[in-house]
Design a protein around this ligand. Structure first.
Ligand SMILES: Nc1nc2c(ncn2[C@@H]2O[C@H](COP(=O)(O)OP(=O)(O)OP(=O)(O)O)[C@@H](O)[C@H]2O)c(=O)[nH]1
Length: 327
C-alpha cells in the first residue's frame, strides 16, 4: 500500500469513527427514551433520557432483566407484544390512550404541571443481526404529556359543554329539549322490548299567586326547591326535566302505572311538607300530578305526553294537590 492510499484509508476510518461517536452522543442526549433488549428481555442499552427519568444509570442496569428491574410493568401484556415483534418482524405501537404510560416516570413539565406522571407513546422496533435474524428489540419512549393533557382537557371541556347544553339553569333538571329526547328514547325502548314505562307530569299549584304575593325571585326559589325534591326522589334510570315555567316531567323507566302512582304520591307529600324560606317568609306549595303508562293503542310519544297532560289537567280540575292516572 503506498502512502497516499494509507492516508485515504485513515481518513475514511476517522470519518466512520466520528460518525459513530456522533451517533452515540445523539442516542445518549436525545429527548426520547431508547432501550435495547435481547431475546430474554435483558437490557443492552439504556440511554440518557431513561437514566434521567428513572434515576437508574446505564452501567448499573446493563445486562439486567427489564421485568425484574421494574416489577410494576405489565409483563404478560408487554411480553406478548414483544413476542409478536420478534415473530412478525414488524414494529408495534403502544399509544398513551391505550395505556397512559409504560414506565412510571414523574412529570416535571411546568406547563403541564397538572399531570403527576409522564404520558408515553412507545414504539417496539425489531433489530436484526447481519444475517437478517431479529435478535433484539428496541423500545422507543416518547414523552407525550403535553399532547395528552391538552386532549384530555378538551375532552372534559366538551363533556362539560354537552352536559350544560342539556340542563335547565334554574332547576338543574334536564331542559325541555333534552327531556323530550329521553321521553322519545323510552318510548322507542317500549316499542322494541315492551318494557313498562310511565310518565309523570306535575305542575306547581297557584304558582302565579306565589309570584304575585312574594315576588318573582321567591317564585324562582320555589321552583328550585321543588326541583331539588324531585331530583332527590329519582332512581338512576329516571329522567326528570323542566317542561315549562312551573311544569315538570319525569319518565320512569321499567315502571308500571301502579308503581308510578307510589312515586307520584310520595313526591306530592314531600312537596306538601316543604317549608321554603325566602327573606324570612315561609312559603308552602302543593303540586298536581298526572300519570300515564303507555297504552297499547298509543303509537307515538306525543300522544303519550298529551294523555299524561290530560290527567294533570283533571288533577287541577279535581281541586289540585292530588294525583290522577290517565284512563
Ligand atoms: N318566578 C317564576 N315564575 C315563572 C317562571 N316561569 C313561569 N312563571 C310564572 O308561572 C305562572 C304560571 O301561572 P299559571 O299558568 O296561571 O298557573 P298557576 O298559577 O300555577 O295555576 P294552576 O297551574 O292552575 O294551579 C305565571 O305567572 C308565569 O309567569 C319562572 O321561571 N320563574
Amino acid at each position: 500500500m503506498d502512502i497516499r492510499m494509507a492516508t485515504d484509508q485513515k481518513a475514511v476510518d476517522n470519518s466512520a469513527m466520528n460518525e459513530l461517536h456522533w451517533l452515540i452522543d445523539m442516542v445518549q442526549t436525545i429527548e426520547v427514551g431508547l432501550v435495547v433488549l435481547d431475546r430474554d428481555y435483558n437490557i443492552q442499552l439504556w440511554n440518557g433520557f431513561m437514566e434521567n427519568h428513572s434515576g437508574v444509570t446505564p452501567n448499573s442496569i446493563k445486562g439486567k432483566n427489564l421485568f425484574e428491574q421494574f416489577d410494576y410493568l405489565p409483563a404478560k401484556w408487554l411480553k406478548q407484544k414483544m413476542e409478536s415483534v420478534y415473530l412478525l418482524k414488524n414494529r408495534a405501537f403502544i399509544s398513551w390512550e391505550q395505556r397512559p404510560f409504560i414506565f412510571q416516570f414523574k412529570n416535571y413539565r411546568p406547563i403541564t404541571g397538572r399531570a403527576d406522571f409522564m404520558y408515553q407513546n412507545v414504539t417496539l422496533l425489531p433489530l436484526s443481526s447481519l444475517t437478517g435474524e431479529v435478535t433484539h428489540i428496541s423500545m422507543i419512549v416518547y414523552d407525550v404529556t403535553d399532547v395528552a393533557i391538552n386532549k384530555l382537557q378538551l375532552k372534559s371541556a366538551n363533556e362539560r359543554l354537552e352536559y350544560l347544553s342539556q340542563i335547565d339553569g334554574l332547576s338543574q333538571l334536564f331542559n325541555r329539549r333534552h327531556w323530550e329526547q329521553c321521553l322519545q328514547k323510552e318510548f322507542d325502548r317500549h316499542t322494541r322490548y315492551g318494557s313498562e314505562t310511565s310518565l309523570v307530569m306535575l305542575d306547581i299549584d297557584h304558582f302565579k299567586a306565589i309570584n304575585d304575593t312574594y315576588g318573582h325571585q321567591a317564585g324562582d326559589r320555589v321552583i328550585q326547591n321543588v326541583s331539588h325534591t324531585i331530583k332527590k326522589s329519582l332512581r338512576e334510570t329516571d329522567c326528570a326535566g323542566r317542561y315549562g315555567g312551573e311544569e315538570f316531567g319525569v319518565v320512569l323507566a321499567n315502571t308500571p302505572a301502579v308503581n308510578a302512582r307510589f312515586f307520584a304520591e310520595r313526591l306530592r307529600k314531600k312537596i306538601e311538607k316543604l317549608e321554603i324560606l325566602y327573606e324570612e317568609q315561609l312559603i308552602k306549595v302543593t303540586i298536581s300530578i298526572g300519570i300515564c303508562d303507555i297504552k297499547p293503542e298509543v303509537n307515538d310519544s306525543d300522544t303519550w305526553l298529551s294523555q299524561a297532560d290530560q290527567a294533570l289537567y283533571q288533577a287541577k280540575e279535581a281541586g289540585r294537590n292530588c294525583t290522577i292516572a290517565y284512563e
